[in-house]
Design a binder for this molecule. Structure first.
Ligand code: HEC
Length: 124
């Protein structure tokens, strides 16, 4: 009889453990500042001002070009989520945006943006 009780106790303890771990809160994410987009209608013109996610990017030459050109089609987070890359990978990435996806960025600006990416997320 004592053996059976022990089994029931162990089973109950097991269930309690499972319940407890399911209840565990997911890891806290760092707070994300909500961008302040504005929307206005002027006659038939609708204007949406999307504020760039400037805050999370370090100041360095090329930042202005990066935040204006690279946010045309997608969030700048596409860059934030990448690991650090050597120069040739960033170069290829910027070239891909221009050649494959037709980003309207001239080659001098591409170089500036590549320099910026290498400065903020580059490795040797
Ligand atoms: C003309 C539109 C356009 C512009 C401008 C643009 N991209 Fe992209 N980008 C894309 C598309 C389309 C994808 C692929 C999206 C997908 O697969 O979901 C992409 C994906 C990416 C990715 C994810 C990795 C990959 O290769 O798919 C990175 C990093 C990236 N872009 C960086 C940049 C940078 C840096 C710039 C500025 C030089 C830039 N993008 C400008 C269209 C653009």
């Amino acid at each position: 009889m004592a053996g059976k009780k022990a089994h029931i106790f162990l089973a109950a303890a097991g269930i309690a453990c499972i319940l407890y771990s399911c209840n565990e809160q997911p890891k806290q994410q760092p707070p994300v500042k909500k961008p302040e987009h504005t929307f206005s209608v002027n006659g038939s013109v609708r204007e949406i001002k999307i504020s760039p996610e400037l805050t999370e990017f370090p100041d360095h030459a090329g930042k202005a070009e990066f935040v204006s050109y690279c946010a045309m089609c997608h969030s700048l987070r596409y860059v934030t989520v990448q690991p650090d890359f050597p120069r040739h990978i960033w170069e290829a990435e910027v070239t891909k945006m221009v050649e494959k996806y037709h980003a309207p960025i001239d080659s001098a600006t591409c170089r500036k943006i590549t320099d910026y990416l290498v400065a903020i997320k580059g490795i040797k």
